[in-house]
Design a protein around this ligand. Sequence first.
Ligand SMILES: [Zn+2]
Length: 314
Amino acid sequence: MQLIKQNLIPFMGQIINLKRLIKFTNQNIIHVFGHTVTDEYLPHINPIYKPKTVLEFKKDLDYILKYFEPISVHEVLSHTNKEKIITKPSFHLSFDDGLKEIYDVVLPILKSKGVPATVFINSDFVDNKDLFFRYKAALIADRFPNEKERILAINYSEKNVLDELASQLNINFIDFLKAQKPYLTSEQLKTLQKNGFTIGGHSQDHPNYNLLSEFEQVSQTINSCKFVQNEFLEKNSFFAFPFTSEGIPLSFYGKIAQDISLTFGVSGLDFSNKGKHIERIDIENYGRNARAYIHRAYMTNFLKKITGTIKKRI
Ligand SMILES: [Zn+2]
């Protein structure tokens, strides 16, 4: 099965035309996301994965725009609430972690193509107040590449180890934040808002939710969205899970329902009815282009449908 998943799905996805796949699956709306776009080497990110270049991102966007119309998260919400149903193939673009390249690099590209987007931010990191523990790990790994694997394996509950390691190795995260300013500032976020961006929450300090109690999951979620509402006066609260929404108990969704309009995960195209939870296709990781990711997501969905019907017939 693993072999089929790895080889057959992307391969078949190349053969069947995307327009046909959209029709077969009857799934008109896709959500695609990434983190950053840059031609530069980013020491807090590159040790984890290589971000898309400006040219790669532009090509991705042109490909997506050939098949889908861009829509804002507000249009997604009205569709979900059944106020204004979207019938044309459409896509909603979002970026996680609130990185500065969204302002420097992505904004001018999206503006020129008329594409709205959502940026999901961590309330503890806006204005370069602090640094995500994974980025801290990457900065250390960047200096000590031989130890990369072990350093990058450190998780949220062990994150203090990274601060200790850094002080012993003479790596100063505060200096890095001051000099590089990896995150968007409040001012930049307000400019983004004026240019078709919506701001959403992405937790306070980007924990692995599966390491938190449900109480902590709820407070990280609601606090980050309250921050967005207070600082940026967004009328609706949108939330993207840090890392993944896998393993989140159903009771969690009940507890945030009053405060959060929509939540977003990272599992591709999942159309099982989960109410106000929406999955997104990661178009950034592992060095492929958006075409490969989108085809793969549709093929997976298509095959699920086919196997579902076969099972029903049997
Ligand atoms: Zn994130």
